[in-house]
Unconditional design. Structure first.
Length: 235
């Protein structure tokens, strides 16, 4: 009987120690479970290019755009068989990615204005994307792509001299593709770094007025690469 009691007590003690160890592991480190909804914040830096054209024909030539983005993210993950994770994610960001040029003085001539100038600025950027990830422990590298949309501001000249002058904004849709990696650093919390290439096409953003009163739609192209970082909370 004494041996039986001793054996039961020993087994109970070992089970208790194992339970304590499991509890410590459970509460001290994140569990790599990706399924479910999440929200977060993100921000980063973009660089790319733009050019202005109209039907006269005029082409400003390409010029560089740079600046920052910051905003919020929401999404949902489905953990498929094994380590494969399928997700849907959307975000909307304030943006200030812009640049300017005096224009090409060749066939198209310089930009309009007493001080020749053509400028482009992205004021807002949103995306709606699919994500395909692969769980590697507490990390998940992923590819992503889908719809992009943004508010593109274009302007030319200060006054209608040597060409048209005007300014305006246009919301437009385009596409984006990229890749990133997300990692769990605490229970329900993840951090990510990702690259996105965004193409918002070449569309009219404003009408420029010429010195004789005529007007012409000014097409503004916008493409950018973005590196951004984010923190998400998973419910």
């Amino acid at each position: 009987m004494r041996k039986l009691i001793t054996g039961v007590a020993s087994a109970t003690a070992l089970a208790g120690l194992a339970g304590v160890a499991d509890a410590q592991n459970y509460f001290s480190g994140p569990v790599p479970m990706w399924a479910g909804p999440y929200v977060g914040v993100e921000g980063g830096y973009g660089w790319g290019g733009s050019h202005h054209t109209d039907a006269t024909p005029f082409d400003s030539g390409g010029f560089t755009t740079t600046g920052g983005v910051a905003g919020g993210t929401a999404g949902y993950n489905w953990q498929l068989a094994g380590p494969v994770v399928l997700g849907a994610e959307g975000d909307l960001s304030w943006a200030n990615i812009g640049g300017s040029t005096t224009g090409t003085r060749g066939f198209g001539g310089p930009c309009g204005g007493a001080m020749p100038n053509c400028a482009t600025r992205l004021d807002a950027l949103g995306t709606a994307r699919a994500r395909l990830g692969y769980e590697v422990g507490q990390l998940m590298p992923y590819a992503t792509g889908g719809l992009a949309f943004g508010d593109v501001h274009g302007s030319e000249g200060d006054v209608p001299v040597n060409g048209p002058a005007g300014a305006g904004n246009s919301w437009r849709a385009g596409w984006t593709i990229g890749a990133g990696v997300e990692g769990m650093f605490a229970r329900n919390w993840t951090a990510k770094a990702e690259y996105l290439y965004v193409d918002l096409g070449n569309q009219p953003s404003f009408s420029g007025a010429f010195p004789d009163g005529a007007t012409a739609a000014q097409n503004v192209s916008f493409r950018t690469s973005i590196i951004r970082f984010g923190i998400n909370y998973k419910f």
